[in-house]
Design a protein around this ligand. Structure first.
Ligand code: ZN
Length: 313
């Protein structure tokens, strides 16, 4: 990553109006930190390989060659294609919308897919993230031990991995047009789902956040991997602490026994936030300019959640 980067982070309110939080707000600073972690994760050799496998699987499902030609199961060609996608999203990260119209707690994010042709512009694509969960992350930062804050950073880094590496890669490969996700790209417990497929390939299971019954529903939940055979295992808190410090390695360190999924309650399953429906997303130029910020400032937020990011002119 270069010394500065441009990030466009907006908020959609319950009345469907947009606002643009300043870079010095907790919203902007904390979401920028999660984006930074997700880019670190996406650029690891392991995740790049996983994305290249997804691209090959997508390519094999096409009857006609894609805009990029044919991958012919060639992993080098596929990695080159994946790297061109990663270059694009790290140079200009997609528009991020902190979205109050996402109706339930467990619906973490959404990628409203935009058709594209010619030169891929990630800023013409969006990731909407759950505003209630962002608000909970902001509240968690005031706690002295910062454990929940680090779990929220881990949660949103993986949410961006799911949306960008899972779904937006398919937008990139398909031009945002049908056919989209191949039916066989998924996870045994979720069906066809490119984001879950990526989690399965990268981590051997899907990220789930289960209730800690000693905390209320503003908690992040306890991160687990859910395997296709219906068992789950907890991701070690020490690993999560290291991850938010930029120490990312594979496989993730787990702790405790492998258990049956039925012993756990997913965080916020169908807990209604509002009676709204997710609003249709229309891109507008005034929302997508973003602010240029220093990457060092973003890193400092991860060390100390009292740090805020200044815009660079
Ligand atoms: Zn998904």
């Amino acid at each position: 990553m270069s010394a500065t980067t441009n990030l466009a982070i907006i908020r959609r309110h319950g009345d469907y109006q947009f606002s643009e939080p300043p870079t010095t707000s907790a919203d902007y600073s904390f979401v920028a930190a999660s984006i930074y972690l997700s880019l670190e994760l996406l650029h690891t050799p392991h995740v790049r390989q996983c994305l290249a496998r997804q691209a090959v699987q997508y390519d094999q499902s096409l009857e006609q060659p894609g805009w990029y030609g044919r991958l012919q199961e060639d992993m080098t060609l596929s990695l080159n294609l994946v790297d061109s996608f990663l270059d694009a999203v790290s140079t200009t990260f997609p528009l991020v919308c902190i979205d109050e119209t996402i109706p339930t707690i467990d619906w973490l994010a959404d990628h409203p897919r935009g058709e594209w042709s010619g030169i891929f512009n990630p800023r013409a694509q969006a990731v909407c993230i759950n505003a209630r969960r962002v608000d909970d992350m902001v509240a968690s930062a005031t706690s002295p031990d910062s454990v929940n804050f680090r779990i929220f950073q881990f949660l949103f880094a993986h949410t961006f991995l799911h949306e960008v590496g899972g779904h937006m890669l398919i937008t990139y490969l398909s031009g945002g047009r049908r056919p989209l996700t191949p039916p066989e790209m998924g996870h045994g417990l979720y069906g066809t789902e490119a984001g879950r497929a990526l989690e399965r390939v990268a981590f051997r299971g899907a990220l789930e956040y289960y209730c800690d019954f000693n905390q209320d529903d503003h908690q992040p939940g306890i991160p687990h991997l859910l395997y296709e055979n219906g068992t789950v295992q907890r991701i070690s808190q020490a690993f999560i602490d290291g991850f938010t410090n930029g120490q990312i390695y594979f496989p993730y360190t787990m702790e405790g026994d492998v258990q049956d999924v039925n012993c756990f309650q997913p965080m916020g399953r169908e807990v209604i936030i509002n009676g709204l429906g997710l609003g249709p997303f229309t891109m507008s130029h005034s929302l997508t300019r973003g602010y240029r910020v220093r990457v060092d400032d973003i890193r400092r937020v991860l060390q100390d959640s009292r740090v805020r990011i200044s815009a660079v002119s």
